[in-house]
Design a binder for this molecule. Structure first.
Ligand code: SDX
Length: 429
C-alpha cells in the first residue's frame, strides 16, 4: 500500500502521509492539510475520522474482535476478575501476584467517602436519576482533594486513580440506598471489589448479609466486558475535557454524562424498558421489528446496531452465554430473556437488519444479568460507568503521557449569515 495519498485541489497537487497501525489499519494523516491547502475536512459524527493513535484497545468491527492491550476479551472474561483487568488497561501489562496484591490494597484504602459528602444525597429528590447523582458527586470529589488535582503530577494522578476506582461503587450504592430510603452501608474492605459493591447495594444494618458467589462472578464478567471500547462517545468526551488540562474528576464526570445518553450507555436501561413494553403489549416481537424499520415511527431497537461492529458484538455473545448459565443456576425463567432471544432471531432474519449489519450489542442482554442479580433498571447505566471507568482513566492517562498532546479543538464549515449591518431595537420588526 502506498505510504502517501495524492490529492488534487484545483491546480494544487498535495501529498498526505498514510500511517499504518500495529494491526495494519491505515489512516490518512491530514495534520498538514490546512497548512498546505487552507482546506479542513468535514465528517459528522466522526464516522471516518480517527482522533488519535492508541495502544489500549483494538477492535475489528467486521470480524467482531475486541482485545484489551492485545488480550482477547473472551480470555480476560474467562480468566480474570475486574480489578486485574483494570490494572491491565491502566498500566498496559497483566499484573504479577505482588503487583495485583498492592493494587487491590491501594484501592481498598480509598473506598469510603468523606462524611460531608453524605449530605449531598439529602439535597437530591428521592427519584433523582442515579447517573445525575454519579456525575455530580464525582465532580464534587475534586473539592475534597484540592491537594491532588494536577494532571501533570504522576503521584497526584495515581492517587486520584485509586480514589476514583475505589469510590465509584460507594457513590453508586449510596444513590441506590437513597432512592429506596434505606441507610447507607459502609464499604467492607475485607471483601473483594464486586462483593463489596453488592453488600453496599443490598445489605441492611438489621441482619447479616450473604454475598452470592454466582452474582459476584456474573458482575465481574459484566464489568470486564464494559471496561473499554477505544474512542466511543464517552471516552472521547473524557479525552476532550482532559485535553484542556481539566482534572481527572472533572473529566470522568463529563464521561459519565455522555454515557447517560440512550444512544450510548443509556441503551441498556432503554433496552429493558423496550423489552418490558413488548411483553406488556402481548410479546409480538415482529410488530416491534416492523416499527424499527419504519423511519416515521421514531422507534429503534435499543441494544441493536453499532457504529463499529458490523458483525456480532463479541461482548453480546459473552453476556448471552453468561445469561444462560446464571438463569439455569438460579433456575430462573426471565420473560425479558425469552423475548430478547425471540427479538434477536426475528431481527437477524430480516433483510432490513441484515443489509444494515445490525446485530445485538453489549447493551442487548446485559440487563438480563443485572435483573437476575437484583440491580434495579435505573442503575444499569451506573454499572456500565463503573465498568467503563478503567477505560476512561487509561485513555486520559495515555493522552497526558503523549508527547504530541494538544487541546482538542475541531474546526467547522460556517454556513450562517454573511456580514450584515446592525439594526437598532426600535427599527426591528
Ligand atoms: C454503546 O461506540 C461504542 O463503542 C459504544 C459502546 C461502548 O462500549 O462504548 O459499544 C456502547 O453505546 C452501544 C450502542 C448502544 N446504543 C443502542 O443500542 C441504541 C440503538 N442503536 C442505534 O441508535 C445505533 O445503532 C447506534 C447509535 C448504536 C449507531 O449509530 P450509527 O452508527 O450512527 O448508525 P446510524 O444511526 O446511522 O444507523 C445506520 C442505519 C440507519 O438506517 P438508514 O438511514 O441507513 O436507512 O441503521 C439504522 C438507522 O436507521 N439503525 C437502526 C438501529 N440502529 C441503526 N434501525 C433500527 N434499530 C436500530 N437499533
Amino acid at each position: 500500500m502506498a505510504d502517501v495519498a495524492k490529492l488534487q485541489v484545483g491546480d494544487q497537487k498535495l501529498e498526505l502521509p498514510i500511517i499504518e497501525g500495529s494491526e495494519q489499519e491505515l489512516g490518512l494523516d491530514i495534520s498538514t492539510l490546512r497548512g498546505q491547502s487552507g482546506l479542513v475536512t468535514l465528517d459528522e459524527g466522526y464516522v471516518n475520522t480517527g482522533s488519535t493513535t492508541s495502544g489500549i484497545t483494538y477492535l475489528d468491527g467486521e470480524k467482531g474482535i475486541l482485545r484489551y492491550r492485545g488480550y482477547p476479551i473472551e480470555e480476560l472474561a474467562e480468566n480474570c476478575d475486574f480489578v486485574e483487568v483494570t490494572y491491565l488497561l491502566i498500566y498496559g501489562e497483566l499484573p504479577s501476584e505482588e503487583q495485583l496484591k498492592d493494587f487491590r490494597n491501594s484501592i481498598r484504602s480509598h473506598t469510603m467517602l468523606h462524611e460531608d459528602m453524605r449530605s449531598f444525597y439529602d439535597g437530591f429528590p428521592f427519584d433523582a436519576h442515579p447517573m445525575a447523582i454519579l456525575s455530580s458527586v464525582v465532580s464534587a470529589l475534586s473539592t475534597f482533594y484540592q491537594d491532588s488535582l494536577d494532571p501533570r503530577d504522576p503521584e497526584q494522578v495515581e492517587r486520584t486513580i485509586f480514589r476514583l476506582i475505589a469510590k465509584l461503587p460507594t457513590i453508586a450504592a449510596y444513590s441506590y440506598k437513597k432512592s429506596i430510603g434505606q441507610p447507607f452501608i459502609y464499604p467492607q474492605n475485607d471483601l473483594s471489589y464486586c462483593e463489596n459493591f453488592l453488600q453496599m447495594m443490598f445489605a441492611v444494618p438489621s441482619e447479616p448479609f450473604h454475598v452470592d458467589p454466582d452474582f459476584v462472578k456474573a458482575l465481574n464478567l459484566l464489568l470486564i466486558v464494559h471496561a473499554d471500547h477505544e474512542q466511543n462517545c464517552s471516552t472521547s468526551t473524557v479525552r476532550m475535557v482532559g485535553s484542556a488540562d481539566a482534572n481527572l474528576y472533572a473529566s470522568i464526570s463529563a464521561g459519565i454524562s455522555a454515557l447517560w445518553g440512550p444512544l450510548h450507555g443509556g441503551a441498556n436501561e432503554a433496552c429493558v424498558s423496550m423489552l418490558e413494553r413488548i411483553i406488556e403489549d402481548g410479546g409480538d416481537v415482529t410488530k416491534y421489528v416492523n416499527m424499527a424499520k419504519d423511519k416515521t415511527s421514531g422507534f429503534r431497537l435499543m441494544g441493536f446496531g453499532h457504529r463499529v461492529y458490523k458483525n456480532f458484538d463479541p461482548r453480546a455473545v459473552i453476556i448471552k452465554k453468561a445469561c444462560d448459565t446464571l438463569l439455569a443456576k438460579l433456575d430462573l425463567q426471565d420473560p425479558i430473556f425469552e423475548v430478547a432471544q425471540k427479538l434477536e432471531e426475528v431481527a437477524l432474519n430480516d433483510p432490513y437488519f441484515v443489509e444494515r449489519k445490525l446485530y445485538p450489542n453489549v447493551d442487548f442482554y446485559s440487563g438480563v444479568i443485572y435483573r437476575a442479580i437484583g440491580i434495579p433498571v435505573q442503575m444499569f447505566t451506573v454499572l456500565f460507568a463503573i465498568g467503563r471507568l478503567p477505560g476512561w482513566v487509561a485513555h486520559w492517562k495515555e493522552m497526558h503521557e503523549s508527547p504530541t498532546k494538544r487541546i482538542c479543538r475541531p474546526r467547522q464549515i460556517y454556513t450562517g449569515e454573511l456580514k450584515r449591518d446592525f439594526v437598532p431595537l426600535e427599527k426591528r420588526g
